[in-house]
Ligand binder design. Structure first.
Ligand code: FES
Length: 125
């Protein structure tokens, strides 16, 4: 039996909190979707790039140290403070992940600092 990595997933300030045990190396987006937790906002749930790192609609924030980016698009997100691309991150260490249910796409509607994950106590904005 392999070890799993614990993830704490927050959905907004008053939203539910879930704890997931994820196989190391699993793509974060896949782990979230498998648990019925979409990293996509309402408008992008059906229309997204399917995890290719192109649409930037799968962004999440981390409550602890952000993982290092591997993908150029996620590197830009990290550099400029946008939500990180869950489809380009593999789960390797325990983390708190904040879903952003009201986001649309990069730069649409609000700045990343105003992204809706309304001040979950352990999520960086
Ligand atoms: S699903 Fe499109 S960038 Fe992640």
């Amino acid at each position: 039996m392999s070890e799993t990595v614990p993830l704490r997933v927050l959905l907004g300030e008053d939203g539910p909190e879930r704890r997931l045990d994820v196989e190391p190396g699993t793509v974060l987006r896949d782990a979230l979707l498998d648990a019925g937790l979409s990293p996509h906002g309402r408008y992008a749930r059906r229309l997204n790039c399917g995890g290719r790192g192109l649409c930037a609609t799968c962004g999440v924030r981390f409550g602890t140290d952000d993982p290092d980016p591997d993908h150029w698009h996620d590197e830009l997100a990290d550099r400029f403070g946008y939500p990180r691309l869950s489809c380009q991150l593999r789960v390797t260490d325990p983390a708190t992940v904040c879903l952003l249910p009201e986001k649309r796409v990069w730069g649409a509607g609000s700045s990343p600092a105003q992204a809706v994950c309304p001040s979950p106590p352990n999520c960086r904005q």
